[in-house]
Write a protein of this length. Structure first.
Length: 319
């Protein structure tokens, strides 16, 4: 456990300079960037983005995308919690309890939490593997390392048939292009609407999904426009499936299967090791994910509890 007497300093950056600061840091996940955070904040208006930098002794700086509600905070608010470190960082990350205690003390917070992907989602060493975590909701991991042909063979026959049917009907899959934001927002609203959920997203909120970089978005079109889309965030050698969007016409034509297959095949060609397909809201979603060969694995929750602090021997006691 890190000795907090080594010294630390906690400061808040202007939101306008956050992405530029991240650009010079080492990241393991993409979700600290403002365009991902903005999506989460749309659904969680009670959170306030507070870009936080922690200078940690002689190790370097940690960049934390804190999202604060009252006296409680979480790292990130969309996808998983993402911690970046300065390019000159030395050694391992501090234990979460140490980091949380420092941040909460300086920012007058009583609780800090985050959600991490399963350790298996990382093809290489995972910098937060030593953090004490609890089990979260199951997500589904798809191994891409065997290549495109092996992925296709491992998929259930019904998935392969759905892709072939969509292609036979004349649907075409391709990478999203700038200007597709309005189509993605429309599909997002239609997809949520089938579950009785309203959407606050506009074209400007999702236009970044069409520009590549830390995203891979595949759209499927017919003569009347975009009928399905599959959206992945990409970080290192892992990718994270964030949206599966379809119109009613696209559902009838298996456009979603074609969008998904085209995206994971492209990720495999790029050398991505693992695709985290996210949690399943019901048996149908679980069947879709396992149908492509994915296996369930528990995400990890991390929590520095409300109303506690560490004593000198590293134990926790009530305030």
């Amino acid at each position: 456990m890190t000795d907090l007497r080594e010294g630390y300093a906690v400061s808040v950056l202007p939101e306008s300079g956050w992405d530029a600061r991240l650009a010079g840091a080492r990241e393991t996940l993409p979700f600290a960037r403002t365009h991902w955070l903005a999506l989460g904040l749309k659904d969680s208006p009670g959170l306030r983005f507070t870009p936080t930098v922690v200078e940690w002794g002689r190790s370097g700086e940690l960049l934390l995308p804190l999202c604060v509600s009252g006296t409680r905070a979480q790292i990130g608010c969309y996808g998983y919690g993402s911690v970046a470190v300065s390019a000159d960082w030395r050694g391992a990350l501090p234990d979460f309890a140490d980091l949380a205690e420092a941040v909460c003390w300086e920012r007058e917070l009583t609780e800090l939490t985050t959600l991490l992907p399963p350790a298996e989602a990382f093809p290489g060493p995972e910098p937060t593997a030593h953090w004490t975590t609890g089990p979260g909701r199951d997500t589904y991991l798809l191994d891409l390392t065997a290549g495109v042909a092996a992925l296709w063979r491992a998929a259930r026959g019904s998935c392969r048939t759905a892709v072939r049917r969509a292609e036979a009907l004349g649907l075409v899959a391709a990478a999203a292009e700038p200007g597709h934001g309005a189509e993605l927002a429309r599909l997002y609203g239609q997809t949520l609407g089938r579950h009785g959920i309203g959407s606050a997203l506009a074209a400007a909120d999702v236009e970044f999904l069409t520009r590549g970089g830390d995203t891979l978005t595949t759209v499927v079109t017919d003569r009347d426009g975009v009928q399905a889309a599959s959206v992945f965030a990409v970080g290192g050698r892992a990718a994270f499936h964030l949206m599966q969007l379809t119109s009613e016409r696209g559902r009838a034509a298996n456009a979603g299967h074609l969008a998904f297959w085209t995206a994971v095949a492209e990720l495999a060609r790029r050398g991505t090791g693992t695709a985290d397909l996210g949690a399943a809201a019901g048996e149908g979603q679980a069947a879709f994910k396992t149908g492509w060969g994915a296996s369930a694995a528990a995400a990890r929750t991390v929590r520095w509890p409300h109303g506690t602090h560490r004593t000198g021997d590293g134990q926790q006691e009530a305030r």
